[in-house]
Design a binder for this molecule. Structure first.
Ligand code: AHM
Ligand code: MG
Length: 343
């Protein structure tokens, strides 16, 4: 039998090498445990009572699914008592959630999208959990506020996601490459399945919701037209399109075999700045993509450089294989140096 490295062994060895401290290790272990619990629940489907709407509207103005709420509460509870966090922020909570008074406050802040790809829950398509870890800037033990979370993505100390698909996997980076762990259900444990993942430089796959084509600005429209022209066009090779509608699933494919993922600011989403949320969707994915040798931009700027203004801020996203993301960026730059998102 091939010797397997468990997540715990991997993290302890990384800690020994000084790549992370005990609190960050505990945080990653807790997140892995919640992902395991969610994977079990999701696999029970309708019999776990998690399908359908929760009859609650979240801060984004979206109807919450039952599983959104279950995942949100599970992650909050599991992370409340360990002493590793000072506060949390979630897609499903309006405000920052402080650690309850009765527990010690730690040196990290956790941001998460408890259940990404909610619209796919009821139809048995892969969904995921995305997370981002920042340092708690408050050294005096006081309660963190929203402002403490408004750090550019390059300040992340760790990020990752769990994907609940045919296989349940956890993809994590704490700044020394991207590593994938696979859940062995019989053992109830995570084992290392890929170390130091690298996004292939070139690719022939792109990922965008083409139903919004009529809203695209010309840089995206021109770039996609070029890909669709295939071998008869300027790129001289055929491309294919994939769109799951769960960012986690689309990005997992791209981290595995390359490609570009786009959710741009378009004429429809301009008013709110895009669709995906900067702090707990775009930034953690951008961190992983860069750690895996890819590129992640809002069209022009590196996503990880953006200084957030609000907790639930949205942003345009293009990320994946370097060659493709650079090519798209050249279309944005051609359009106008000063106004990349024209009205
Ligand atoms: P969610 O966090 O509410 O599930 O929304 C984010 C999801 C992403 O996973 C996915 O890329 C996108 O929304 C799909 O949007 P659309 O339905 O517009 O294609
Ligand atoms: Mg999401």
């Amino acid at each position: 039998m091939i010797p397997r490295v468990s997540l715990s062994q991997f993290l302890i060895e990384a800690q020994r090498e000084g790549q992370l401290d005990a609190d960050l290790r505990l945080l990653l272990e807790v997140l892995a445990r919640t992902a395991k619990a969610l994977a079990v629940t999701i696999s029970k489907g309708v019999f776990a009572g998690i399908h359908g709407e929760a009859e609650r509207i979240n801060v984004q103005g979206e109807m919450q699914k039952r599983l959104d709420v279950v995942a949100h509460e599970l992650i909050l509870q599991a992370n409340a008592w360990g002493g590793h966090l000072a506060a949390m922020a979630s897609e499903e909570a309006d405000q920052v959630v402080p650690i309850p008074e009765r527990y010690p406050r730690g040196g990290y802040l956790l941001l998460f999208d408890p259940l990404d790809g909610s619209s796919n829950i009821d139809v048995n398509i892969s969904v995921g959990t995305i997370f981002s870890v920042l340092r708690n800037p408050r050294l005096d033990g006081s309660v963190p506020t929203e402002e403490d979370f408004l750090q550019p993505g390059k300040e992340q100390v760790a990020a990752g996601y769990a994907i609940y698909g045919p296989t349940t996997q956890l993809v994590v980076s704490f700044g020394k490459g991207v590593h994938e762990f696979t859940l062995d259900r019989e053992f109830g444990a995570w084992f290392l399945s890929r170390e130091k993942m690298q996004i292939p430089l070139e690719t022939n796959e792109f990922s965008i919701n083409a139903a919004y084509e009529r809203y695209w600005y010309s840089p995206v429209a021109d770039y996609i037209r070029e890909l669709r022209a295939g071998r008869e066009g300027p790129r001289r090779r055929d491309y294919t399109q994939r769109w799951v509608g769960s960012m986690v699933a689309d990005m997992h494919r791209i981290l595995t075999r390359g490609g570009i993922f786009l959710y741009p600011v378009d004429r429809k989403s301009k008013g709110q700045g895009g669709k995906l949320r900067l702090l707990y969707e775009a930034n953690p994915m951008a961190f992983l993509v860069e750690q895996a040798g890819g590129l992640a931009i809002d069209g022009v700027e590196r996503l990880l450089e953006i200084v957030p203004q609000t907790l639930h801020q949205r942003v345009g996203v293009a990320m994946g294989s370097k060659v493709e993301v650079e090519r798209l960026r050249s279309f944005y730059k051609r359009r106008s140096e000063s106004a990349p998102f024209p009205s």
